[in-house]
Design a binder for this molecule. Structure first.
Ligand code: AMP
Length: 392
């Protein structure tokens, strides 16, 4: 893979695939993080004598839809780049071709939502070739879509001799390498969230590199049930009991220590204000469900985290969206921040864990926060992502 720093952009046009799939609140963008994350790459190309043709998807349109036009992003992009951005209401065709041909070094051209064409998601060759004809160099900076074999993320790359990951994608790849290839030991993976079924293959792949596995959140109850505990009305996936036992057996074989909760906060319903108490996780009474890890567990998990040199965190320890059940996730977030400040490397990814580090104000104390939910999970499963493979 050619690093962006090895490419000359002087008088060249770079087609940059970004992820501007941002949330809106009415007419305004409610979280501009994804646009912000693409700015360094765009600026890098401009500062090095090139021009940028920026392409992205927004939402999941079936056809042209004004509500999902990238025109809604233009103003924010102009504000963050501090320059005028040219916008064309299409991403292929004569008008786009004309705008790209007249584009001068230092200028930015933003094209319309790629997914207005069904060919984008289909990975269509003709569509990809037409897009590629607009520029000299291809840059992919949209980590969040690298697990998709779409026209603009995968098919397109073969039409360019000069191609490279953008600065954001480069950081994502490096961070994953730090965790999966040559991590400083001890390595601890912290996994949580509602379902064990969605994380089984990640855990199985991680067992090759980790020393400790901390399991919290809703998924812990299937593990507890699989080893004979009584989990009351807690969330559980009985069809995965065998998988949990297999993980426990494989961990033993590979000398990986598993830390499961020992105490939990239970409630009589899935609500913030019903009756609550702290109980032994092996003996949850019927009519009660576990919604957060208990005080002894928080302390134990924090101790393990603080002794680790490499940390990977995906998934909350409880229903942290409700104030009564946020303490466990907050304790883990704080412990990861403390370990990082003492020199450990921490990688946090997945929508809910990212929301948690923001909520508990430790966002700036984490080594790297991944921008890709599904893409990060697939990388951790050991899959080669089509968008990354295409750049090689
Ligand atoms: P996931 O998308 O699988 O990472 O799950 C994240 C969701 O899991 C969050 O919305 C949490 O509220 C939820 N969650 C965490 N712990 C529990 C639990 N003990 N019972 C039910 N839901 C939980």
């Amino acid at each position: 893979m050619t690093p962006i720093k090895d490419i000359s952009f002087v008088n060249k046009k770079a087609l940059i695939r970004v992820d501007f799939n941002v949330p809106f609140n009415g007419d305004s963008i409610s979280d501009n993080s994804r646009i912000l994350a693409a700015i360094p790459t765009i600026n890098y190309v401009l500062e090095n004598g090139g021009s940028c043709i920026v392409i992205s998807h927004l939402g999941r349109p079936k056809k042209k839809d004004k509500k999902l036009s990238l025109l809604r992003i233009k103003h924010e992009l102009e504000r963050l780049l501090n320059l005028v951005v040219i916008f064309v209401e299409d991403c292929i065709g004569p008008e786009v071709k004309n705008a790209s041909e007249t584009l001068k070094p230092g200028q930015v051209l933003l094209l319309e939502n790629l997914r207005f064409y069904k060919e984008e998601v289909a990975g269509d060759e003709k569509f990809a070739k037409e897009l590629s004809s607009l520029a000299d160099i291809y840059i992919n900076d949209a980590y969040g879509t690298t697990h998709r074999a779409h026209a603009s993320t995968s098919t397109i790359a073969k039409y360019f001799t000069e191609k490279s990951p953008g600065l954001l994608l480069e950081k994502e790849i490096l961070s994953l390498k730090k965790v999966l290839e040559s991590p400083k030991k001890p390595v601890t993976a912290i996994v949580g969230g509602a379902k064990v079924s969605s994380k089984i293959s990640i855990i199985a792949n991680m067992l090759k590199v980790i020393d400790n596995l901390i399991i919290g959140g809703g998924m812990a109850y299937t593990f507890i049930l699989s080893s004979g505990g009584k989990i009351g009305d807690s969330i559980c996936e009985p069809e995965n009991l065998g998988d949990c036992q297999e993980i426990i057996d494989q961990a033993k074989e590979k000398n990986v220590k598993i830390f499961l909760p020992t105490d939990v906060i239970v409630s009589q319903s899935f609500s913030n204000n019903d009756k609550q108490k702290e109980v032994d996780i092996q003996n949850i009474p019927d009519g009660w469900q576990g919604l957060d890890i208990g005080t002894k567990t928080r302390k134990k998990f924090a101790d393990v985290i603080k002794q680790s040199k490499t940390l990977l965190w995906n998934g909350p320890m409880g229903v942290f969206e409700m104030s009564s059940f946020q303490n466990g996730t907050e304790a883990v977030a704080n412990a990861v921040a403390v370990a990082t400040q003492k020199g450990s490397f921490s990688l946090v990814g997945g929508g809910d864990s990212v929301a948690a580090v923001k909520k508990f104000n430790v966002k700036d104390k984490i080594s790297f926060i991944s921008t890709g939910g599904g893409a990060m999970l697939e990388s951790l499963e050991g899959k080669v992502l089509p968008g990354i493979k295409a750049l090689q």
